[in-house]
Write a protein that binds this ligand. Structure first.
Ligand SMILES: NC(=O)C1=CN([C@@H]2O[C@H](COP(=O)(O)OP(=O)(O)OC[C@H]3O[C@@H](n4cnc5c(N)ncnc54)[C@H](OP(=O)(O)O)[C@@H]3O)[C@@H](O)[C@H]2O)C=CC1
Ligand SMILES: O=C(O)C1=N[C@H](C(=O)O)C[C@H](O)C1
Length: 239
């Protein structure tokens, strides 16, 4: 498979290694320094685009990919205010778009665990207060993390007494607090806690490296071949 990497930073470089190990070719590596080379990517030279750039650049990159019908896997966070428009362009052009706030299999199992736990805790919202926290490396540009937002959405949909999340602010009773911190080179740690006066329940996912995210993105790129539509990890993993 010929893969164009859109964004060649920390994730782009790990994805390249894993893609090569799995027998794929890299047809382009586009970063901020050569971003106009994006215009040279087309379906003659590329089977799939993997996009891990920046919150500010993702929308422009994805709009280009959708308008030119390039099957695309994106993991960039912090751009989802434009998600509906990208989905519309994808469907209009009969393209393929795969998005996940987190490509690691472990985190996607953790998402399911989080939803089940929230459902289980729903009769006990007077006793237990929910909170979430995420820790990432100091180069991360967005907060809260996309993964933390997905966890908060899972809580909102299943706990029953929450309507939105707030970041690094004391939460009202109908809000899920997400506490974000940036430390050293941490690849990504996420935790959900339910605290009562008498005890505490915690679930936690710790990424040991970026390899799990990158492998998931390459597998998604393989999986999307020949498909049209909008997909996520639940489709691919059958969750
Ligand atoms: N879904 C998932 O599983 C994961 C998602 N992520 C997300 O992926 C994104 C990238 O993460 P990461 O690789 O760590 O970040 P990096 O900053 O290391 O890499 C992003 C790269 O994209 C480049 N870039 C910026 N604008 C453009 C553009 N217009 N075209 C092409 N490249 C561009 C940046 O250049 P410059 O630095 O010069 O601006 C940078 O080199 C983030 O949003 C992060 O949250 C990360 C890990 C896992
Ligand atoms: O920026 C990162 O590094 C990460 N970003 C994603 C997010 O915002 O959730 C996924 C992972 O936690 C690493």
């Amino acid at each position: 498979m010929r893969i164009a990497l859109l964004g060649y930073g920390k994730m782009g470089k790990v994805i390249e290694q894993i893609a090569l190990q799995r027998g794929h070719e890299i047809s382009a590596k586009i970063d901020i320094s050569n971003r106009t080379d994006l215009l040279s990517i087309n379906s003659e030279n590329t089977d799939v685009v993997i996009e891990f750039s920046s919150p500010e650049s993702a929308y422009g990159n994805l709009k280009f990919c959708m308008e030119f019908g390039l099957p695309t896997v994106s993991g960039t966070t912090g751009w989802l205010q434009h998600q509906d428009e990208i989905a519309r362009l994808c469907l209009e052009n009969e393209g393929a778009f795969f998005y996940a706030s987190n490509y690691s299999i472990g985190v996607n199992l953790f998402f399911e665990l989080n939803k089940s736990l929230a459902k289980l805790m729903s009769p006990y919202t007077n006793e237990y207060k929910v909170s979430t926290n995420e820790i990432h490396h100091t180069e991360k540009r967005d907060a809260p993390s996309g993964t933390a937002i997905t966890l908060a959405q899972g809580i909102i949909e299943n706990l029953g007494n929450k309507i939105k999340w707030v970041n690094n602010l004391t939460a009202n009773d109908n809000e899920v607090p997400i506490w974000s911190s940036r430390e050293g080179k941490v690849p990504g740690t996420h935790e959900v806690k339910y605290i009562s006066e008498v005890d505490q329940i915690e679930i936690k996912h710790i990424a040991h490296s970026r390899n799990g995210f990158a492998l998931g993105a390459v597998i998604a790129a393989e999986w999307i071949q020949g498909k049209t539509g909008i997909f996520g990890m639940q489709d691919m993993l059958g969750l």
